[in-house]
Ligand binder design. Structure first.
Ligand code: PMP
Length: 299
């Protein structure tokens, strides 16, 4: 996927991808004890890289690390600069950036307090993650519960829940999964938050925080929608309500703004909230002055 001489940031140094290797006994490989972020950079009109909401992503990375009691040996500012450095070193202006914090190989027991944490930042060109319009299915596997895990932390091990959900949706011929929470309410996609649209009342409904990942795109969409005079309601959404909405879209760093054409056998209008989509796409490319504090651009 990456060229051998692509530069990867590993524990404070830029090294060639071919040399950025770890031990087969890496704790996080065995037990999922890693945390990570998914961040995107977009090329601006004058060919600079603008990283979208970098501060918020790095804040969440440190939050997730804290949840696992991981100690990151670098400051937030150092990690943010490193994200820019990886782009610059690889001549990337539009890219997906993956910071990863993981426990090393010094011990194989479940108690990782004596393992060292390591930090990697990898960037690559990643086009659209989902199709332009997606067919989704509610899968049988439920979103991880807040009673057992910490759904608002981006922990490596949590993602087997997302992978199993994705495989199930695909097995049934759909593009993407929708997971319910343990109470049976709509939670989210495997890597996306969800918005349901009532076009008559110009209202967006989205599952409230607590059992889902607090998506940075979700928060951005809420702000953009309110500025465009939509009403936004964060609450539990019941499966029986799905026929009352005219449109649905998914959003996330990888998925960006993606409308759904159906959930199972319920069809939706895919041309909804075009004003939100358009504003969001312009904000990503640092075209709108009023949102410019969401764009991280460095020389
Ligand atoms: N939910 C899950 C489970 C995710 O993995 C992601 C991707 N990080 C999202 C929602 C969307 O979050 P964000 O907008 O911060 O990328």
């Amino acid at each position: 996927m990456l060229e051998e001489n692509t530069k990867v940031w590993l524990d404070g140094k830029l090294v060639d991808f071919k040399d950025a290797n770890v031990s087969i006994l890496t704790h996080s490989l065995h037990y999922g004890s890693s945390v990570f972020e998914g961040i995107r950079a977009y090329e601006t009109h004058n060919k600079q890289a603008s990283i979208f909401r970098l501060q918020e992503h790095i804040d969440r990375l440190f939050y997730s690390a804290n949840v696992l009691s991981q100690n990151i040996d670098f400051s937030k500012e150092e990690i943010m600069q490193a994200c820019h450095d990886v782009l610059k070193e690889n001549n990337l202006t539009s890219a997906y950036i993956r910071p990863l914090v993981f426990y090393d190989h010094s011990s194989m027991g479940l108690d990782y307090t004596n393992n060292k944490t390591r930090v990697a930042i990898i960037a690559w060109n990643w086009g659209k993650y989902l199709k332009e319009v997606v067919r989704a299915r509610i899968v049988s596997i439920r979103r991880i519960s807040e009673k057992s895990l910490i759904p608002d932390a981006k922990v490596g091990g949590h993602y087997i829940n997302s992978t199993l959900a994705t495989l199930e949706a695909k097995q049934f011929g759909f593009d993407e999964a929708i997971l319910l929470d343990h109470d049976g309410f709509i939670a989210e996609g495997p890597g996306e938050n969800l918005f349901f649209v009532n076009t008559h009342t110009k209202t967006l409904y989205t599952p409230k925080l607590g059992k889902i990942l607090a998506g940075i795109t979700r928060a951005s969409i809420i702000e953009i929608a309110k500025n465009l005079e939509y009403k936004v309601v964060e609450r539990n959404i019941d499966v029986n309500e799905l026929t009352t909405f005219q449109g649905v879209f998914m959003c996330g760093t990888a998925a960006e703004f993606t409308p759904l054409s159906c959930i199972g056998d319920i069809d939706y209008d895919e041309n909804i909230c075009l004003d939100i989509k358009d504003t969001f796409n312009r904000v990503l490319r640092a075209e709108l002055e009023e949102y410019k504090n969401w764009n991280s651009i460095r020389e």
